[in-house]
Ligand binder design. Structure first.
Ligand code: HEC
Length: 109
């Protein structure tokens, strides 16, 4: 491989990684769907166990602000008794968290 080709491959790989990082649907699938479901309805085994609200309803969407949503993703959520409801999702950049909050808003039907 010539040096310029190698450089091209490197640039392509970096661009893919950057794209993936900003790809909220992909990170939703990876980090969130097992509890909240692909469509955000919470119709999953974990969702039922945790009695998760349905993100497709305006009732659920008005329960939290964007700031609260970002905080839940970054630091997790506990109930009134301090019991863990949603654990902090680690390894996300601020941009990814922001993109996920935007994504959650698009789940509303
Ligand atoms: C271990 C299961 C689990 C995972 C994984 C999970 N959540 Fe949650 N999440 C919950 C539970 C439980 C609640 C509380 C829902 C309720 O009270 O109806 C919640 C609530 C929320 C809320 C509402 C916050 C608030 O203040 O009420 C948002 C937004 C949210 N999750 C987004 C996400 C995103 C985005 C991801 C992935 C990065 C994610 N969740 C991953 C279980 C999970």
């Amino acid at each position: 491989m010539t040096t310029s080709r190698r450089l091209l491959v490197l640039i392509a790989a970096t661009a893919t990684a950057a794209l993936y990082g900003a790809d909220a649907p992909a990170s939703w699938q990876e980090h969130c769907a097992k509890c909240h479901g692909d469509d955000g309805k919470g119709d999953t085994k974990m969702g039922h166990k945790l009695n998760i609200g349905d993100f497709t309803t305006s009732e659920m969407q008005t329960k939290f602000t964007d700031e609260q949503a970002a905080k839940a993703i970054k630091t997790g959520l506990t109930d009134d008794k301090g019991k863990m409801r949603m654990k902090a999702i680690e390894g996300l950049s601020d941009d990814q968290v922001k993109a996920l909050v935007t994504f959650v808003r698009t789940l509303k039907k």
